[in-house]
Design a protein around this ligand. Structure first.
Ligand SMILES: NC(=O)c1ccc[n+]([C@@H]2O[C@H](COP(=O)([O-])OP(=O)(O)OC[C@H]3O[C@@H](n4cnc5c(N)ncnc54)[C@H](O)[C@@H]3O)[C@@H](O)[C@H]2O)c1
Length: 285
């Protein structure tokens, strides 16, 4: 099998400017795919030292081009449906088609670092106000209205808007691979981190429904549910290793390998499914 098994394919990756999304972009570009990144901030990697150290060029599109593929970046806030539709149309205009969509934008963020005055290195603790993005907090019975709406918009609606924007193109070409991004927080219930878990749980359901609608058009729709994966935003969680069957936190590459499975012919007869990528953590008792 050719190493460049995605040559000639175009992949849209939302939230690809840093973290897991950047990892998916680099992985798929390594397999020959042309890449369009849509992110609210194409320089989002600058917020965290961990991410900055991973970067090999000024931004992700430059990194991708150095792998020999076509790459473009669009700055757009995917919580706006019209903006999302325009961004996807721009990709079609520039690249000609879309074969793969990774709906990765999201996260347990209620306020981005670049929305505040002081921007610096990572805070490390989710929910603790530092110089990085500020994480979601809330319980099922007690959650600010602003936080509820922002987290649902950022995770669930951005994912749905992206799927809705790419689906008509994929239906016409009678092929496509869509990967949505849930989380183990959307599968296991907890009394904390509430709106994020609800958004990610809804993504699992949306994925199953969308797969039913798009299956007759030869479009696969699947989801991944990462557990604890080391990114700049999440910070170092290596101390949680004893709660994980494989005794280590996950890496960006661990997730990118599963995404590769879901966007290549290896998964041609898989649709509507969510693959948990957590080193066995969710079965730990
Ligand atoms: N890191 C983990 O352990 C983990 C675990 C489970 C699920 N996830 C999910 O994986 C995805 C990526 O996580 P990450 O850790 O790489 O986060 P991250 O914050 O490092 O990256 C998210 C990217 O999405 C972009 N983004 C956010 N909101 C956006 C919007 N409205 N419009 C456009 N772009 C937007 C950000 O600018 C950023 O570049 C998220 O959906 C997150 O919920 C991550």
């Amino acid at each position: 099998m050719s190493e460049k098994k995605l040559a000639g394919k175009v992949a849209v990756i939302t939230g690809g400017a840093r973290g897991l999304g950047r990892g998916y972009a680099l992985r798929l570009a390594g397999l020959g795919a042309d890449i369009a990144i849509i992110d609210r901030n194409l320089k989002a990697a600058d917020v965290y030292d961990f991410e900055k150290q991973l970067m090999t060029a000024a931004d992700v599109t430059e990194e991708l081009r150095s792998l020999g593929v076509r790459a473009m970046g669009i700055e757009a806030d995917l919580t706006d449906r019209v903006v999302t539709e325009k961004a996807v149309a721009e990709v079609i205009d520039a690249m000609g088609h879309i074969d793969i969509a990774i709906c990765n934008a999201g996260g347990g963020t209620v306020t981005f670092a670049d929305e505040r005055e002081s921007v610096g290195s990572e805070s490390g603790e989710p929910g603790v106000e530092g110089t990085g993005d500020i994480s979601t907090t809330g319980t099922p019975s007690d959650c600010d209205q602003d936080m509820l709406l922002r987290v649902l918009d950022c995770n669930l609606m951005s994912c749905m808007y992206t799927c809705m924007a790419v689906a008509p193109f994929m239906k016409r070409q009678k092929s496509g691979k869509i990967v949505t991004v849930s989380s183990t927080a959307g599968i296991d219930a907890s009394a904390w981190y509430h709106p994020y878990g609800v958004a990610k749980a809804a993504i699992v359901h949306y994925t199953r429904s969308l797969a039913q609608e798009l299956g007759p058009y030869n479009i696969n729709v699947n989801s991944i549910a990462p557990g604890i994966i080391r990114t700049g935003r999440l910070g170092d969680r290596s101390h949680t290793a004893n709660q994980i069957a494989l005794r280590r936190e996950g890496t960006i590459e661990d997730c990118a390998k599963v995404v590769e499975f879901l966007v290549t012919d290896l998964s041609d007869y898989v649709t509507g499914k969510t693959i948990t990528i957590d080193g066995g953590q969710s079965d730990h008792r």
